[in-house]
Ligand binder design. Sequence first.
Ligand SMILES: Cc1ncc(COP(=O)(O)O)c(C=O)c1O
Length: 442
Amino acid sequence: MAMDGDTRPNDLSAFWMPFTSNRQFKKNPRMFVSADRMHYTTADGRQVLDGTAGLWCCNAGHNRPKIVEAIQKQAAELDYAPAFQMGHPKAFELATKLVEMAPEPFTHAFYTNSGSEAVETALKIALAYHRVRGEGTRTRLIGRERGYHGVNFGGISVGGIVNNRKFFGSLLTGVDHLPHTHLPAVNSFTKGQPEHGVELADELERIVALHGAETIAAVIVEPMAGSTGVLMPPKGYLERLRAITEKHGILLIFDEVITGFGRLGSSFAAEHFGVMPDMITCAKGLTNGVIPMGAVLATSDIHDAFMQGPEEAIELFHGYTYSGNPIAAAAGLATLETYREEGLFERAAGLASYWGDGLHSLRDCPHVIDIRNMGLIGAIELEPIAGAPTKRAFSAFLKAYEKGILVRTTGDIIAMSPPLIIEKEHIDTLFGTLREVLNEIQ
Ligand SMILES: Cc1ncc(COP(=O)(O)O)c(C=O)c1O
């Protein structure tokens, strides 16, 4: 054990890093030591332009004074309050602001500490909702291939990314999956929503016919699938999913952990697409990524179904020690205020076409087989190296970092989702540098 005064150099071995090639990283670490607005500073003193809003979460950019001050003040005033049978004002205030910001049907917020927990919470609420209404046979959950819903057991069960599932046993039972909507043969290089694929929503009718509607509790999808490589919903697809779920009394959950808080130029993707699910999961941008916090937004129909029986009875046996934590709530309030004061969602909408044009200008670069964009999000899909999938995109990521831009890769796809405060010059730098990167990698 290290003793006080131990002067050993920083040892990287103890931290088992998440979703990271630990051995590769620790041989050649990439460390950020500070950040401001659009840039990170590395341990060796370089500026790196943030093309990914951290991990799709710092939508207002970094080190924003209002958020920093709110956290400092709250930590000194009320550090923690119990979350069960006790409250504190900011948790209520934030819930009110959050549902005010969300599309109209959403009237209640249940707090979690992450997107993964928001997903688990939404799935549990869906099951319990049917049960409290006397439809307890509705226990099946339907996800989608290539879906990412975090890393907890419910989320990986309804999720559809093989490496996130195959190591972890048999997962939840009673889960089925819709097909994914990625149709490169007919939709590649589409700006915005692709033309083809609406009929893939009809697969839900097949699943209903197979299991019986009365056994299905909920369908969960990302309205725009982010972590799997930025897959836009085909035109009409979400509308059709909504119609089919409604017809069969199945709840529809939109996982908006990435698409929430202005990413597509609206508060939530539900608003952007004009399709209202029954629940929305969110996290990340809720606190600008600064303090862990997530939430499930529910309609009054969902919420009110639980508000029955004796008043002193607990209505939902679910919650977390840190649900609505005071410092997270303060960060959330300051974040929502920053979004509103600076008009960041409208800003994202206004920049979307400049962003899309810049991104699609990379179409002639080597290795590029598809480009997709919407709002302030974009993806460049690369031809994989034969026999070495992911290698080409990962080398692009490393080279981009060397050249001073942060992008993310998933498979052989480069994904970008900058803070919504990005300026046109930053967009030019990002795509100019990426052009160099694509020309230099093998
Ligand atoms: C759509 C979606 N759901 C859930 C999650 C999980 O969120 P967290 O990493 O906060 O648990 C993510 C994270 O990227 C996500 O993109």
